[in-house]
Design a protein around this ligand. Structure first.
Ligand SMILES: Cc1cc2nc3c(=O)[nH]c(=O)nc-3n(C[C@H](O)[C@H](O)[C@H](O)COP(=O)(O)O)c2cc1C
Length: 229
């Protein structure tokens, strides 16, 4: 059974485009694979804690030497890591905030990337000592932006630090292959004109289609098909 982990990062609980995109993606998936299980972590509604000195110290202490206080400091992180471990597909619904990640999503990343849990660190590896201990997951990033033109050559080329950040985290820290990352975005939300209507409509349609196609590719036991986003 495929497990989807849905992360919602919009602070808006009503009228959120990214939440709607995630609904469409999951609905599309379920049309093809009704037995898929969805875990939901709404960091927009309930932001994870920001890492603290106590949680960092606990995280870098070997498990058999941790005190009860240290285990308490890591409890939230362990819950979030457990959800991540179960997931085959990570669905991140994330608005662009101030050209970067919503703080709640950054807090979630800082809670799930942990030495000895999701990555190992070994200086014998030279200049790249970090290696993820996770593998085989896919990442779907469903984003919405108030502005537009973030694509290569666009009028805001280089201003979007959300998608590149998530790609680097996924490939360098979560063991996700670049070919297993899929991205869809709606734009023009702040303009509220027909360009926005069209962009949103296309993004919602694409999210639903991507859900169905990825579910179909996963269900076929002989398929090594890579589905273009
Ligand atoms: C705090 C905040 C910061 C934002 N910063 C940006 C920005 O830097 N660039 C942009 O294009 N849109 C920006 N927006 C607009 C959102 O990306 C847009 O409203 C998006 O649709 C929000 O996602 P949601 O509909 O799922 O809530 C910002 C919105 C908020 C609330």
């Amino acid at each position: 059974m495929t497990v989807l982990l849905r992360i919602d990062a919009s602070a808006r609980l009503n009228g959120s485009i990214t939440r709607e995109m995630a609904d469409r993606f999951i609905d599309g998936w379920r049309k093809t694979d009704p037995n898929a299980k969805t875990l939901s972590r709404d960091v927009g509604r309930e932001p994870p804690s920001i890492v603290s000195e106590a949680s960092i110290r606990a995280g870098f202490t070997p498990p058999d030497q941790r005190t009860a206080e240290m285990n308490d400091a890591l409890a939230e992180s362990m819950t979030l890591i457990d959800e991540l471990r179960q997931a085959h597909v990570l669905v991140i619904a994330a608005p662009l905030y101030n050209y970067g990640l919503p703080a709640s999503l950054k807090a979630w990343i800082d809670q799930i990337v942990r030495p000895g849990e999701t990555f190992s660190f070994d200086l014998k590896r030279g200049d790249f000592p970090i290696r993820s201990t996770l593998s085989g997951k896919s990442l779907v990033v469903l984003s919405s932006r108030g502005e537009f033109g973030f694509e290569p050559g666009g009028i805001r080329d280089g201003w979007n630090h959300l998608n590149p950040n998530l790609r680097t985290v996924a490939t360098r820290l979560l063991g996700i292959a670049p070919d297993d990352i899929y991205e869809i975005a709606s734009e023009y939300q702040e303009f509220g004109d027909e360009r926005h209507d069209r962009s949103r409509e296309i993004a919602l349609r694409d999210a639903s289609e991507l859900g169905s196609r990825l579910a179909a590719a996963r269900r076929s036991p002989c398929s090594n098909e890579k589905v273009p986003a």
